[in-house]
Write a protein that binds this ligand. Structure first.
Ligand code: FES
Length: 166
C-alpha cells in the first residue's frame, strides 16, 4: 500500500460523510464479503425532480476496513441527484476515484460499496416506481447482527465473491 493511497484514505476517514442510519429510507442494501468478513449497509432516500425519481440522500454503516468506509463516504455523495438506474451503472472504482489507484488487495473494498448499492437500488433501478416511504425506522446494522428476530424480518445479507459486486 502506497503512502499516497494511505494518506488519501486517512483523509477521507478523518471526516466521513453520510455515516449512520437514514431514517425513513426508501431502500436498504446490505452486503458482506465472505473472504474478509467486512459488511456494509446503505440507506437511500429518493425524491422527485423534474419528473424523475432521483436519489436525495444516502448513508451507510460498515463493519469494514478503512478503504471500504472511505469509498462508501465518497459514493454516498456521488450518487446524489442520480436516478437509481444511473447509480446502478456506476462501478466501485468510480466511487473510489478520489482515493487514487487502489492496491490490488483493496479493489474488493469498493465492490462492497457497489454491491450494497445494487442490493438497495436494483428493485427500483429499472422502473419509474413511485416514491415510497417506510413508516418504521429500519434496524441499525448492529441490531441486525445482534438480534436473531431481526434476521427473520427479511434482512438479506449477500456475500460477494472476490472481485465481484454481484
Ligand atoms: Fe474487506 Fe476492505 S478488506 S472490505
Amino acid at each position: 500500500m502506497t503512502d499516497d493511497f494511505q494518506s488519501r484514505v486517512t483523509a477521507a476517514m478523518a471526516n466521513p460523510e453520510n455515516m449512520g442510519e437514514l431514517p425513513n429510507a426508501d431502500a436498504i442494501g446490505t452486503v458482506g464479503n465472505a473472504d474478509c468478513g467486512d459488511m456494509l449497509r446503505v440507506w437511500v432516500k429518493f425524491k422527485e425532480e423534474g419528473g424523475r425519481k432521483v436519489i436525495d440522500r444516502a448513508s451507510f454503516q460498515s463493519f469494514g476496513c478503512e478503504t471500504a468506509i472511505a469509498a462508501a463516504s465518497l459514493a454516498m455523495e456521488l450518487i446524489k441527484g442520480k436516478t437509481p438506474a444511473e447509480a446502478l451503472a456506476m462501478r466501485g472504482e468510480e466511487f473510489a476515484k478520489d482515493l487514487g489507484p487502489l492496491p490490488p488487495t483493496k479493489v474488493h473494498c469498493t465492490s462492497l460499496v457497489e454491491g450494497a448499492l445494487r442490493e438497495a437500488l436494483a428493485p427500483v433501478g429499472n422502473a419509474p416506481a413511485p416514491v415510497t416511504q417506510t413508516t418504521a425506522a429500519p434496524p441499525s446494522l448492529m441490531d441486525t447482527f445482534n438480534k436473531p428476530e431481526q434476521k427473520k424480518a427479511g434482512v438479506k445479507v449477500v456475500f460477494l465473491k472476490p472481485g465481484q459486486a454481484q
